[in-house]
Design a protein around this ligand. Structure first.
Ligand code: ADP
Ligand code: GLC
Length: 474
């Protein structure tokens, strides 16, 4: 089976969040199962030159806004699977990956270039796997093309929702310029008086998936559907939830090259060295017996920062440290900065994006906090499990599916989770966790339960393959 995965970001070429981890790892995992899978993603200003192995095409001609446009494509296997990177500086050489008024146009272009490239490769594609609103354009194009271009007649599309909150909306008047002139195409985009690339993907794709079973249920409910729940309910027979995996080549405390010491479930002594290293990096007192709480996050309302604001006092009260890495909304950045300025011997904050520090926190912290408002899957809680860092999460989306309350009677469970978006419930779990932390045997048991779990991509890749096969039989 030949599968083309399209994504707006993918590790190691570009990354703003978990989508990049997934898009980087899934094609590699699919390749390992024997599928012929490859990735297509944009080449950004941020993409390191060392990853651009060679030029695959320097004359990728396509029509754009009524005139011919010459794009290029680089080739790489830096993520472990064949990758084509669309090079069009006018669209992708910017200070940041997203955040421009014309993002819809930039990604419509990416989709158009990706389909042009697939045709140039001249090998029939069975599945085009599209991710999030940035790829909604290709879903519509392929639904249209398959009726009159025999090259695409047997190609099917799978569209994965990583985050329904971002929908890629723009004025319907732009559709014509983007190459969607027919009524059939425009109807797929039509949403509440404007055009939505997310809606287009959900409407035009042959199969839908999302990144955890619980999120798959949540988005069909009015409160979590962002106005699209009706469409998801209507297409629920085509929607499934597959929990993301972890790339243990990147997130593994036994081999992680950035750690002060490596460790595994068999020997945790290195974790103590990592804890010392973490405290030192944040210029905090090296009190190795006190619990260290960690947060690595985009700082947006999705991540439940309000609950952290309300619980921060308790974290300090229980004698703990708080180490935070994140960037995003100004109000949250300012909050953490103020918190750190008020208690510089208890709180450490690094404002920004820093991969090495993300690993350092996963390894050095004792407890990882993810009280999300909603969480399609969440990867950090799974990274935490492998690094022996016990997660406290809110029971939503993928956090609900991957974290199970520790039960003192049975000794089962890998962390702590609470239900309502209420600080009191969160704080209760913080106290429960700290109580267990102070009982070394109990704590070790929780750590072991998490560290020995297998969340590798192999499992998820097999589920995707089954989904692709099912899609081809439709
Ligand atoms: P989301 O995709 O919603 O941001 P996930 O938990 O799925 O949430 O994935 C977040 C990914 O981004 C993880 O790999 C995490 O380590 C990384 N990350 C988030 N914020 C930062 C940051 N400030 N610096 C480095 N890595 C970060
Ligand atoms: C999105 C979601 C996150 C998920 C990631 C990868 O960014 O917010 O929960 O883990 O995509 O699927």
């Amino acid at each position: 089976m030949r599968i083309a995965v399209l994504s707006s970001e993918a590790v190691p070429y570009s990354k703003t969040g978990g989508l990049a981890d997934v898009a980087g790892a899934l094609p590699k995992a699919l390749t390992r199962t024997g599928a012929d899978a490859f990735l297509i993603t944009p080449c950004y200003l941020q993409t390191k030159g060392e990853y651009l192995w060679h030029t695959a095409f320097d004359d990728l001609w396509l029509e754009w806004s009524g005139r011919p446009y010459r794009a290029k494509a680089f080739y790489s296997e830096a993520n472990g699977s064949p990758t084509f990177l669309i090079d069009a500086p006018e669209f992708f050489h910017r200070d940041s990956i997203y955040g421009y008024r014309e993002d819809y146009e930039r990604f419509a272009f990416f989709n158009h270039a990706a389909l042009t490239l697939l045709k140039r490769l001249d090998k029939k594609i069975d599945i085009v796997h599209l991710n999030d609103w940035h790829c909604g354009f290709a879903a519509v194009k392929l639904a249209h093309l398959r009726f009159w271009d025999p090259f695409w007649s047997n190609t099917r599309t799978v569209f994965s929702i990583h985050n329904l909150a971002y929908q890629g909306g723009f004025g319907s008047g732009e559709l014509w310029d983007l190459g969607f002139g027919s009524r059939f195409e425009q109807d797929h985009f039509a949403f509440e008086g404007y055009a939505s690339a997310m809606k287009a993907g959900l409407s035009a794709s042959d199969m839908l998936s999302t990144v955890s079973p619980t999120y798959g249920v949540e988005i069909q409910q009015h409160e979590n559907g962002y106005g699209l729940d009706w469409l998801l309910r209507a297409r629920s027979g085509r929607l499934s939830g597959i929990t993301n995996g972890v790339d243990y080549e990147v997130w593994n405390p036994e081999t992680d090259p950035v750690l002060a010491a490596n460790f595994s479930w068999k020997d945790l002594s290195g974790k103590r060295t990592c804890k010392r290293d973490l405290l030192e990096r944040f210029s905090l007192p090296v009190e190795l017996e006190s619990p260290v709480f960690g947060i690595v996050s985009r700082l947006t309302s999705q991540k439940g920062i309000e609950l952290i604001q309300q619980a921060a006092g308790e974290i300090v009260n229980v004698g703990g440290f708080l180490t935070v890495l994140g960037s995003g909304d100004r109000q949250y950045e300012d909050f953490f900065q103020r918190l750190r300025d008020a208690a510089p011997d208890r709180v450490g904050f690094f404002r920004g994006y820093n991969e090495e520090l993300a690993h350092t926190i996963e390894a050095g912290a004792d407890i990882f906090l993810m009280p999300s408002r909603f969480e399609p899957c969440g990867l950090n809680q799974m990274y935490s499990l492998r690094y022996g860092t016990v997660p406290i999460v809110r029971a939503v989306g993928g956090l609900h599916d991957t974290i199970h309350n520790f039960d003192r009677v049975t000794g089962q469970g890998n962390g702590y989770k609470f239900t309502d978006f209420i600080a009191g419930q969160f704080v209760e779990k913080i106290y429960e966790a700290v109580f267990a932390y102070n009982e070394p045997e109990t704590w070790r048991r929780i750590q072991m339960n998490g560290m020995t779990e297998d969340h590798s991509w192999e499992n998820a890749a097999r589920k995707y393959l089954a989904l692709y096969e099912h899609t081809l039989r439709l």
